[in-house]
Design a binder for this molecule. Sequence first.
Ligand SMILES: Cc1cc2nc3c(=O)[nH]c(=O)nc-3n(C[C@H](O)[C@H](O)[C@H](O)COP(=O)(O)OP(=O)(O)OC[C@H]3O[C@@H](n4cnc5c(N)ncnc54)[C@H](O)[C@@H]3O)c2cc1C
Length: 446
Amino acid sequence: MHDLPSGRHFFRGDDGYQQARAATVWNARTPQRYPDVVVQAADADEVVAAVRYARRHDLRIGVRSGGHSWAGNHVRDGGMLLDVSRLDEVAIDADGLRAVAGPGIGGSVLAGRLGEQDLFFPAGHCKGVCIGGYLLQGGYGWNSRVLGPACESVLGLDVVTADGERLHIDAEHHPDLYWAARGSGPGFFAVVTAFHLKLYPRPPVCGSSLYVYPMAAAEEIYPWARSISAELDRRVELQIAASQSVPGMGLDTPGIVFASPVFADTEQEAVDALALLESCPARASAIVAIPYAPTDLDTWYAGIMSNYPSGYRYTADNIWTSAPAEELMPGIRGILDTMPPHPAHFLWLNWGPSPQRQDMAYSLEDEIYLALYGVWQDPADDDTYGDWARSNMAAMAHLQTGIQLADENLGQRPAPFASAEAMARLDRVRASYDPDGRFHTWMGRV
Ligand SMILES: Cc1cc2nc3c(=O)[nH]c(=O)nc-3n(C[C@H](O)[C@H](O)[C@H](O)COP(=O)(O)OP(=O)(O)OC[C@H]3O[C@@H](n4cnc5c(N)ncnc54)[C@H](O)[C@@H]3O)c2cc1C
Protein backbone atom coordinates (compact mmCIF):
# COMPACT_ATOMS: atom_id res chain seq x y z
CA MET A 1 0.00 0.00 0.00
CA HIS A 2 1.22 3.51 0.55
CA ASP A 3 2.10 5.75 3.45
CA LEU A 4 -0.48 8.48 3.05
CA PRO A 5 -2.55 9.22 6.17
CA SER A 6 -5.30 6.68 6.60
CA GLY A 7 -8.75 8.15 5.99
CA ARG A 8 -7.25 11.51 5.06
CA HIS A 9 -6.25 11.09 1.46
CA PHE A 10 -8.59 11.10 -1.52
CA PHE A 11 -7.71 10.08 -5.04
CA ARG A 12 -9.72 11.51 -7.88
CA GLY A 13 -12.88 9.41 -8.13
CA ASP A 14 -12.81 8.38 -4.44
CA ASP A 15 -15.79 9.12 -2.23
CA GLY A 16 -14.97 12.33 -0.42
CA TYR A 17 -12.60 13.65 -3.12
CA GLN A 18 -14.85 16.49 -4.29
CA GLN A 19 -15.60 17.53 -0.73
CA ALA A 20 -11.92 17.42 0.31
CA ARG A 21 -10.92 19.46 -2.77
CA ALA A 22 -13.66 22.09 -2.37
CA ALA A 23 -13.00 22.38 1.38
CA THR A 24 -9.51 23.68 0.64
CA VAL A 25 -10.89 26.86 -0.97
CA TRP A 26 -12.57 29.63 1.00
CA ASN A 27 -13.78 31.42 -2.16
CA ALA A 28 -17.13 29.91 -3.24
CA ARG A 29 -15.79 30.09 -6.79
CA THR A 30 -13.81 26.84 -6.49
CA PRO A 31 -11.39 26.57 -9.41
CA GLN A 32 -12.24 24.01 -12.07
CA ARG A 33 -8.87 22.34 -11.57
CA TYR A 34 -8.44 18.79 -10.32
CA PRO A 35 -5.42 17.37 -8.49
CA ASP A 36 -4.86 13.61 -8.67
CA VAL A 37 -4.92 13.29 -4.90
CA VAL A 38 -5.82 15.46 -1.91
CA VAL A 39 -3.81 14.67 1.24
CA GLN A 40 -4.71 16.06 4.66
CA ALA A 41 -1.61 15.97 6.84
CA ALA A 42 -1.98 16.31 10.61
CA ASP A 43 1.66 16.72 11.63
CA ALA A 44 5.13 17.23 10.21
CA ASP A 45 5.78 13.48 9.90
CA GLU A 46 2.73 13.13 7.69
CA VAL A 47 3.99 16.03 5.60
CA VAL A 48 7.31 14.23 5.14
CA ALA A 49 5.49 11.02 4.14
CA ALA A 50 3.29 12.90 1.68
CA VAL A 51 6.22 14.71 0.04
CA ARG A 52 8.16 11.44 -0.27
CA TYR A 53 5.11 9.78 -1.79
CA ALA A 54 4.80 12.65 -4.29
CA ARG A 55 8.48 12.26 -5.12
CA ARG A 56 8.20 8.52 -5.73
CA HIS A 57 5.16 8.99 -7.96
CA ASP A 58 6.44 12.13 -9.66
CA LEU A 59 3.53 14.30 -8.49
CA ARG A 60 3.82 18.07 -8.30
CA ILE A 61 2.62 19.52 -5.03
CA GLY A 62 0.33 22.45 -4.20
CA VAL A 63 0.19 23.39 -0.51
CA ARG A 64 -2.78 24.79 1.39
CA SER A 65 -2.92 26.31 4.87
CA GLY A 66 -6.02 28.52 5.23
CA GLY A 67 -7.18 28.33 1.61
CA HIS A 68 -7.67 32.10 1.35
CA SER A 69 -5.72 32.55 -1.86
CA TRP A 70 -8.33 34.40 -3.96
CA ALA A 71 -7.19 32.46 -7.02
CA GLY A 72 -7.09 29.07 -5.25
CA ASN A 73 -3.40 28.90 -6.14
CA HIS A 74 -2.96 25.51 -4.46
CA VAL A 75 -5.64 23.80 -6.58
CA ARG A 76 -3.94 22.70 -9.78
CA ASP A 77 -4.62 20.07 -12.38
CA GLY A 78 -2.88 16.81 -11.57
CA GLY A 79 -0.39 16.13 -8.80
CA MET A 80 -0.96 16.35 -5.05
CA LEU A 81 -2.87 18.96 -3.11
CA LEU A 82 -1.32 18.87 0.37
CA ASP A 83 -3.62 20.37 3.00
CA VAL A 84 -1.69 21.36 6.13
CA SER A 85 -4.51 23.29 7.82
CA ARG A 86 -4.47 20.78 10.70
CA LEU A 87 -1.01 22.02 11.75
CA ASP A 88 -2.51 24.78 13.84
CA GLU A 89 -0.78 24.64 17.22
CA VAL A 90 0.93 27.61 18.82
CA ALA A 91 3.46 27.70 21.69
CA ILE A 92 4.00 31.13 23.21
CA ASP A 93 7.09 32.21 25.14
CA ALA A 94 5.78 35.42 26.69
CA ASP A 95 9.00 36.32 28.48
CA GLY A 96 11.16 35.74 25.43
CA LEU A 97 8.66 37.46 23.08
CA ARG A 98 8.68 34.44 20.80
CA ALA A 99 6.09 32.00 19.45
CA VAL A 100 6.20 28.86 17.34
CA ALA A 101 3.01 28.52 15.31
CA GLY A 102 1.70 26.07 12.75
CA PRO A 103 0.75 27.38 9.30
CA GLY A 104 -2.91 26.42 9.80
CA ILE A 105 -3.59 28.82 12.65
CA GLY A 106 -5.78 31.78 11.72
CA GLY A 107 -4.19 35.19 12.13
CA SER A 108 -7.16 36.36 14.21
CA VAL A 109 -6.88 33.25 16.41
CA LEU A 110 -3.18 33.94 16.95
CA ALA A 111 -3.90 37.60 17.71
CA GLY A 112 -6.52 36.55 20.27
CA ARG A 113 -4.20 34.10 22.04
CA LEU A 114 -1.46 36.71 22.18
CA GLY A 115 -3.82 39.41 23.36
CA GLU A 116 -4.69 37.29 26.41
CA GLN A 117 -1.04 37.66 27.44
CA ASP A 118 -0.72 41.33 26.45
CA LEU A 119 1.32 40.33 23.41
CA PHE A 120 1.00 41.38 19.80
CA PHE A 121 1.90 40.26 16.28
CA PRO A 122 1.13 42.02 12.99
CA ALA A 123 -1.50 39.44 12.01
CA GLY A 124 -3.77 40.06 9.03
CA HIS A 125 -6.96 42.10 9.16
CA CYS A 126 -9.44 39.36 8.38
CA LYS A 127 -10.74 36.26 10.07
CA GLY A 128 -10.02 32.95 8.38
CA VAL A 129 -6.75 33.93 6.71
CA CYS A 130 -4.09 31.57 8.06
CA ILE A 131 -0.51 32.47 8.74
CA GLY A 132 0.82 29.91 6.19
CA GLY A 133 0.01 31.84 3.05
CA TYR A 134 -0.07 35.22 4.81
CA LEU A 135 3.53 35.16 6.10
CA LEU A 136 5.06 33.67 2.96
CA GLN A 137 3.72 36.49 0.77
CA GLY A 138 4.62 39.42 3.05
CA GLY A 139 1.74 40.05 5.42
CA TYR A 140 -0.01 43.40 5.74
CA GLY A 141 -1.58 43.40 9.16
CA TRP A 142 -2.21 45.30 12.35
CA ASN A 143 0.37 48.03 12.87
CA SER A 144 2.37 46.82 9.85
CA ARG A 145 3.28 50.36 8.83
CA VAL A 146 5.31 50.43 12.05
CA LEU A 147 6.33 46.77 12.45
CA GLY A 148 6.84 46.09 8.74
CA PRO A 149 5.25 43.39 6.61
CA ALA A 150 4.78 40.45 8.99
CA CYS A 151 7.44 38.36 7.22
CA GLU A 152 10.01 40.69 8.81
CA SER A 153 8.94 39.19 12.15
CA VAL A 154 9.56 35.61 10.99
CA LEU A 155 12.81 34.60 12.70
CA GLY A 156 12.90 31.07 11.31
CA LEU A 157 10.80 28.31 9.83
CA ASP A 158 10.51 24.54 10.03
CA VAL A 159 10.10 23.18 6.52
CA VAL A 160 9.96 19.94 4.58
CA THR A 161 11.96 20.20 1.39
CA ALA A 162 11.33 18.65 -2.01
CA ASP A 163 13.55 15.73 -0.90
CA GLY A 164 11.25 15.07 2.05
CA GLU A 165 13.86 16.33 4.53
CA ARG A 166 12.91 18.30 7.63
CA LEU A 167 14.96 21.47 8.05
CA HIS A 168 15.00 24.40 10.42
CA ILE A 169 15.89 27.47 8.40
CA ASP A 170 16.89 30.90 9.65
CA ALA A 171 19.56 33.54 9.09
CA GLU A 172 22.32 31.02 9.98
CA HIS A 173 20.86 27.79 8.64
CA HIS A 174 19.99 27.58 4.95
CA PRO A 175 19.96 31.38 4.67
CA ASP A 176 18.99 31.27 0.98
CA LEU A 177 15.85 29.29 1.70
CA TYR A 178 15.06 31.55 4.66
CA TRP A 179 15.51 34.55 2.36
CA ALA A 180 13.12 32.99 -0.18
CA ALA A 181 10.48 32.08 2.42
CA ARG A 182 9.95 35.74 3.25
CA GLY A 183 8.26 37.00 0.12
CA SER A 184 7.96 34.23 -2.47
CA GLY A 185 4.39 33.59 -1.34
CA PRO A 186 2.45 31.18 -3.55
CA GLY A 187 5.69 30.30 -5.35
CA PHE A 188 7.54 28.98 -2.28
CA PHE A 189 9.24 25.63 -2.89
CA ALA A 190 9.05 23.72 0.42
CA VAL A 191 6.26 22.98 2.90
CA VAL A 192 6.23 25.13 6.02
CA THR A 193 5.27 23.13 9.11
CA ALA A 194 5.97 25.89 11.66
CA PHE A 195 6.90 29.55 11.87
CA HIS A 196 9.17 30.92 14.60
CA LEU A 197 7.83 34.39 15.30
CA LYS A 198 9.07 37.53 16.97
CA LEU A 199 6.35 38.98 19.23
CA TYR A 200 5.78 42.48 20.54
CA PRO A 201 4.19 43.93 23.67
CA ARG A 202 0.58 44.81 22.97
CA PRO A 203 0.30 48.55 22.29
CA PRO A 204 -1.64 50.05 25.21
CA VAL A 205 -4.10 51.87 22.96
CA CYS A 206 -5.98 50.51 19.93
CA GLY A 207 -8.18 53.16 18.43
CA SER A 208 -9.85 54.16 15.23
CA SER A 209 -11.32 56.98 13.26
CA LEU A 210 -14.32 56.51 11.03
CA TYR A 211 -15.61 58.76 8.26
CA VAL A 212 -18.26 58.00 5.66
CA TYR A 213 -18.48 60.21 2.59
CA PRO A 214 -20.84 60.26 -0.37
CA MET A 215 -19.33 58.95 -3.60
CA ALA A 216 -19.55 62.47 -5.05
CA ALA A 217 -16.64 63.42 -2.77
CA ALA A 218 -14.27 61.08 -4.67
CA GLU A 219 -12.77 63.91 -6.74
CA GLU A 220 -11.60 65.61 -3.55
CA ILE A 221 -10.79 62.54 -1.46
CA TYR A 222 -8.29 60.65 -3.63
CA PRO A 223 -6.05 63.60 -4.62
CA TRP A 224 -5.96 64.62 -0.94
CA ALA A 225 -5.16 61.05 0.20
CA ARG A 226 -2.33 60.96 -2.34
CA SER A 227 -0.99 64.30 -1.12
CA ILE A 228 -0.66 63.25 2.55
CA SER A 229 1.39 60.05 1.98
CA ALA A 230 4.61 61.37 3.43
CA GLU A 231 2.92 63.16 6.35
CA LEU A 232 0.60 60.41 7.58
CA ASP A 233 1.77 59.09 10.96
CA ARG A 234 3.01 55.51 10.49
CA ARG A 235 0.89 54.35 13.42
CA VAL A 236 -2.21 55.14 11.34
CA GLU A 237 -3.37 52.84 8.58
CA LEU A 238 -5.59 54.91 6.30
CA GLN A 239 -7.85 52.44 4.51
CA ILE A 240 -10.35 54.00 2.11
CA ALA A 241 -13.04 51.61 0.88
CA ALA A 242 -15.51 52.63 -1.80
CA SER A 243 -18.59 50.55 -2.53
CA GLN A 244 -22.11 50.82 -3.93
CA SER A 245 -23.60 50.86 -0.45
CA VAL A 246 -22.46 50.70 3.17
CA PRO A 247 -25.14 48.50 4.77
CA GLY A 248 -23.46 48.33 8.18
CA MET A 249 -23.85 52.11 8.43
CA GLY A 250 -27.32 52.34 6.96
CA LEU A 251 -26.12 53.87 3.68
CA ASP A 252 -27.92 52.42 0.68
CA THR A 253 -26.26 54.73 -1.83
CA PRO A 254 -22.65 54.63 -3.02
CA GLY A 255 -20.20 55.70 -0.35
CA ILE A 256 -16.56 56.00 0.63
CA VAL A 257 -15.52 54.82 4.10
CA PHE A 258 -12.31 55.80 5.85
CA ALA A 259 -11.65 53.30 8.61
CA SER A 260 -8.27 53.88 10.16
CA PRO A 261 -6.80 51.77 12.91
CA VAL A 262 -4.21 53.42 15.12
CA PHE A 263 -1.94 51.87 17.76
CA ALA A 264 -0.32 54.12 20.34
CA ASP A 265 0.96 54.39 23.88
CA THR A 266 -1.68 56.87 25.03
CA GLU A 267 -5.08 58.02 23.82
CA GLN A 268 -3.74 61.52 23.27
CA GLU A 269 -1.05 60.15 20.95
CA ALA A 270 -3.71 58.24 19.03
CA VAL A 271 -5.90 61.34 18.72
CA ASP A 272 -2.93 63.39 17.53
CA ALA A 273 -1.86 60.75 15.02
CA LEU A 274 -5.34 60.72 13.46
CA ALA A 275 -5.78 64.51 13.41
CA LEU A 276 -4.53 64.81 9.82
CA LEU A 277 -7.66 63.03 8.60
CA GLU A 278 -9.72 66.04 9.64
CA SER A 279 -7.97 67.99 6.88
CA CYS A 280 -9.78 66.14 4.09
CA PRO A 281 -11.24 68.86 1.84
CA ALA A 282 -14.52 66.93 1.65
CA ARG A 283 -14.84 66.97 5.45
CA ALA A 284 -17.98 69.15 5.47
CA SER A 285 -19.84 66.58 3.38
CA ALA A 286 -19.07 63.63 5.69
CA ILE A 287 -22.17 61.62 6.56
CA VAL A 288 -20.40 60.06 9.54
CA ALA A 289 -17.37 61.64 11.23
CA ILE A 290 -15.74 60.10 14.28
CA PRO A 291 -12.21 61.52 14.54
CA TYR A 292 -11.25 59.08 17.32
CA ALA A 293 -12.83 56.23 19.26
CA PRO A 294 -11.17 53.58 21.39
CA THR A 295 -11.73 50.09 20.04
CA ASP A 296 -10.22 46.59 20.00
CA LEU A 297 -9.23 43.94 17.49
CA ASP A 298 -12.45 41.92 17.90
CA THR A 299 -14.51 44.95 16.91
CA TRP A 300 -12.20 45.59 13.98
CA TYR A 301 -12.43 42.01 12.74
CA ALA A 302 -16.24 42.11 12.90
CA GLY A 303 -16.40 45.38 10.95
CA ILE A 304 -13.95 44.36 8.25
CA MET A 305 -15.62 41.01 7.65
CA SER A 306 -18.79 42.79 6.47
CA ASN A 307 -16.85 43.37 3.24
CA TYR A 308 -15.70 39.73 2.99
CA PRO A 309 -18.71 37.51 3.73
CA SER A 310 -18.30 33.73 3.46
CA GLY A 311 -20.10 31.82 0.75
CA TYR A 312 -19.57 34.49 -1.91
CA ARG A 313 -17.69 34.35 -5.19
CA TYR A 314 -14.53 36.48 -5.34
CA THR A 315 -11.90 37.85 -7.66
CA ALA A 316 -9.17 40.27 -6.65
CA ASP A 317 -6.43 42.27 -8.33
CA ASN A 318 -4.19 45.11 -7.24
CA ILE A 319 -1.37 47.52 -7.94
CA TRP A 320 1.33 49.33 -6.00
CA THR A 321 1.84 52.85 -7.28
CA SER A 322 3.40 56.20 -6.59
CA ALA A 323 1.82 57.91 -9.57
CA PRO A 324 0.51 61.44 -9.02
CA ALA A 325 -3.21 61.88 -8.35
CA GLU A 326 -3.94 63.41 -11.73
CA GLU A 327 -2.65 60.27 -13.43
CA LEU A 328 -4.53 57.97 -11.07
CA MET A 329 -7.89 59.72 -11.28
CA PRO A 330 -8.99 58.52 -14.76
CA GLY A 331 -8.51 54.91 -13.68
CA ILE A 332 -10.24 55.54 -10.36
CA ARG A 333 -13.21 57.08 -12.13
CA GLY A 334 -13.38 53.96 -14.30
CA ILE A 335 -13.39 51.77 -11.19
CA LEU A 336 -16.14 53.75 -9.48
CA ASP A 337 -18.27 53.99 -12.64
CA THR A 338 -18.21 50.22 -13.14
CA MET A 339 -18.42 49.13 -9.49
CA PRO A 340 -20.62 46.03 -8.97
CA PRO A 341 -23.01 46.00 -5.98
CA HIS A 342 -21.69 45.71 -2.41
CA PRO A 343 -19.80 43.75 -1.07
CA ALA A 344 -17.63 44.41 -4.14
CA HIS A 345 -15.31 47.25 -3.23
CA PHE A 346 -12.28 49.33 -4.08
CA LEU A 347 -9.58 49.69 -1.43
CA TRP A 348 -7.07 52.55 -1.30
CA LEU A 349 -4.32 52.18 1.32
CA ASN A 350 -1.67 54.73 2.26
CA TRP A 351 1.36 52.48 2.94
CA GLY A 352 4.61 54.31 2.21
CA PRO A 353 7.10 55.89 1.85
CA SER A 354 8.65 52.85 3.50
CA PRO A 355 11.82 52.40 5.52
CA GLN A 356 14.68 50.16 4.40
CA ARG A 357 13.51 46.55 4.58
CA GLN A 358 15.40 43.40 5.58
CA ASP A 359 17.18 41.44 2.85
CA MET A 360 14.46 39.03 1.74
CA ALA A 361 12.54 37.98 -1.35
CA TYR A 362 9.88 40.52 -0.42
CA SER A 363 11.38 43.43 -2.28
CA LEU A 364 8.64 45.42 -3.97
CA GLU A 365 6.24 47.91 -2.46
CA ASP A 366 5.27 51.51 -3.00
CA GLU A 367 3.52 54.46 -1.45
CA ILE A 368 -0.06 53.68 -2.41
CA TYR A 369 -1.81 50.35 -2.62
CA LEU A 370 -4.95 49.95 -4.73
CA ALA A 371 -6.95 46.73 -4.68
CA LEU A 372 -10.23 45.65 -6.20
CA TYR A 373 -12.41 42.90 -4.77
CA GLY A 374 -15.15 41.61 -7.05
CA VAL A 375 -17.74 39.90 -4.84
CA TRP A 376 -21.04 38.33 -5.88
CA GLN A 377 -23.20 35.37 -4.97
CA ASP A 378 -24.88 33.92 -8.02
CA PRO A 379 -22.77 31.76 -10.38
CA ALA A 380 -24.91 33.17 -13.20
CA ASP A 381 -23.17 36.52 -12.59
CA ASP A 382 -19.66 35.14 -13.16
CA ASP A 383 -19.46 36.64 -16.63
CA THR A 384 -20.88 39.98 -15.47
CA TYR A 385 -18.56 40.58 -12.50
CA GLY A 386 -15.70 38.11 -12.96
CA ASP A 387 -13.42 40.46 -14.89
CA TRP A 388 -14.12 43.76 -13.09
CA ALA A 389 -11.05 43.60 -10.84
CA ARG A 390 -8.63 42.44 -13.52
CA SER A 391 -9.77 44.74 -16.30
CA ASN A 392 -9.69 47.89 -14.16
CA MET A 393 -6.25 47.09 -12.76
CA ALA A 394 -5.03 46.26 -16.27
CA ALA A 395 -6.24 49.70 -17.36
CA MET A 396 -3.96 51.24 -14.71
CA ALA A 397 -1.02 48.89 -15.28
CA HIS A 398 1.05 51.70 -16.83
CA LEU A 399 1.01 53.32 -13.37
CA GLN A 400 1.96 50.22 -11.36
CA THR A 401 5.31 49.54 -9.78
CA GLY A 402 4.08 45.99 -9.32
CA ILE A 403 1.59 44.04 -7.25
CA GLN A 404 1.16 42.56 -3.76
CA LEU A 405 1.04 38.77 -3.65
CA ALA A 406 -1.66 39.09 -0.94
CA ASP A 407 -4.26 39.86 -3.59
CA GLU A 408 -2.48 38.28 -6.55
CA ASN A 409 -4.24 37.43 -9.76
CA LEU A 410 -1.13 36.20 -11.57
CA GLY A 411 -2.96 33.51 -13.52
CA GLN A 412 -5.12 36.18 -15.16
CA ARG A 413 -2.76 39.18 -15.12
CA PRO A 414 0.95 38.45 -14.67
CA ALA A 415 2.76 41.42 -13.07
CA PRO A 416 5.98 42.01 -11.12
CA PHE A 417 5.82 41.22 -7.38
CA ALA A 418 9.55 41.29 -6.51
CA SER A 419 12.56 43.17 -7.83
CA ALA A 420 14.29 41.76 -10.93
CA GLU A 421 17.30 40.93 -8.77
CA ALA A 422 15.13 39.07 -6.24
CA MET A 423 13.40 37.12 -9.03
CA ALA A 424 16.75 36.00 -10.42
CA ARG A 425 17.89 34.92 -6.95
CA LEU A 426 14.58 33.11 -6.34
CA ASP A 427 15.12 31.14 -9.53
CA ARG A 428 18.62 30.18 -8.40
CA VAL A 429 17.49 29.14 -4.92
CA ARG A 430 14.59 27.16 -6.37
CA ALA A 431 16.96 25.34 -8.73
CA SER A 432 19.07 24.37 -5.74
CA TYR A 433 16.30 23.27 -3.33
CA ASP A 434 13.71 22.02 -5.82
CA PRO A 435 15.65 21.00 -8.94
CA ASP A 436 12.88 18.71 -10.22
CA GLY A 437 10.13 21.29 -9.82
CA ARG A 438 8.33 19.24 -7.16
CA PHE A 439 6.37 22.31 -6.02
CA HIS A 440 4.04 24.30 -8.22
CA THR A 441 5.23 27.80 -8.89
CA TRP A 442 3.28 31.07 -9.38
CA MET A 443 0.39 30.83 -11.82
CA GLY A 444 1.95 33.62 -13.88
CA ARG A 445 4.99 35.91 -13.86
CA VAL A 446 6.58 38.51 -16.05
C1 LIG B 1 -10.94 37.71 3.16
C2 LIG B 1 -9.46 37.90 2.96
C3 LIG B 1 -8.81 38.89 3.66
C4 LIG B 1 -7.43 39.08 3.54
N1 LIG B 1 -6.81 40.04 4.29
C5 LIG B 1 -5.47 40.19 4.19
C6 LIG B 1 -4.76 41.12 5.00
O1 LIG B 1 -5.34 41.82 5.83
N2 LIG B 1 -3.42 41.24 4.83
C7 LIG B 1 -2.74 40.46 3.94
O2 LIG B 1 -1.52 40.58 3.84
N3 LIG B 1 -3.37 39.55 3.18
C8 LIG B 1 -4.71 39.40 3.28
N4 LIG B 1 -5.34 38.49 2.49
C9 LIG B 1 -4.55 37.71 1.54
C10 LIG B 1 -4.01 36.48 2.24
O3 LIG B 1 -3.02 36.82 3.18
C11 LIG B 1 -3.37 35.53 1.21
O4 LIG B 1 -4.36 35.09 0.30
C12 LIG B 1 -2.72 34.35 1.89
O5 LIG B 1 -2.00 33.63 0.94
C13 LIG B 1 -3.73 33.47 2.55
O6 LIG B 1 -3.13 32.53 3.36
P1 LIG B 1 -3.84 31.14 3.62
O7 LIG B 1 -2.88 30.25 4.31
O8 LIG B 1 -5.16 31.38 4.25
O9 LIG B 1 -4.13 30.67 2.13
P2 LIG B 1 -3.67 29.46 1.22
O10 LIG B 1 -4.58 29.58 0.04
O11 LIG B 1 -3.71 28.19 1.97
O12 LIG B 1 -2.19 29.77 0.83
C14 LIG B 1 -1.83 30.58 -0.27
C15 LIG B 1 -0.61 29.98 -0.94
O13 LIG B 1 0.50 30.04 -0.08
C16 LIG B 1 1.27 28.86 -0.20
N5 LIG B 1 1.26 28.17 1.09
C17 LIG B 1 0.31 28.23 2.03
N6 LIG B 1 0.65 27.50 3.11
C18 LIG B 1 1.86 26.97 2.84
C19 LIG B 1 2.74 26.14 3.57
N7 LIG B 1 2.43 25.72 4.80
N8 LIG B 1 3.90 25.77 3.00
C20 LIG B 1 4.22 26.18 1.75
N9 LIG B 1 3.43 26.98 1.01
C21 LIG B 1 2.26 27.37 1.55
C22 LIG B 1 0.65 28.02 -1.27
O14 LIG B 1 1.31 28.30 -2.49
C23 LIG B 1 -0.77 28.52 -1.30
O15 LIG B 1 -1.37 28.37 -2.55
C24 LIG B 1 -6.71 38.28 2.62
C25 LIG B 1 -7.38 37.29 1.88
C26 LIG B 1 -8.73 37.09 2.06
C27 LIG B 1 -9.43 36.03 1.27
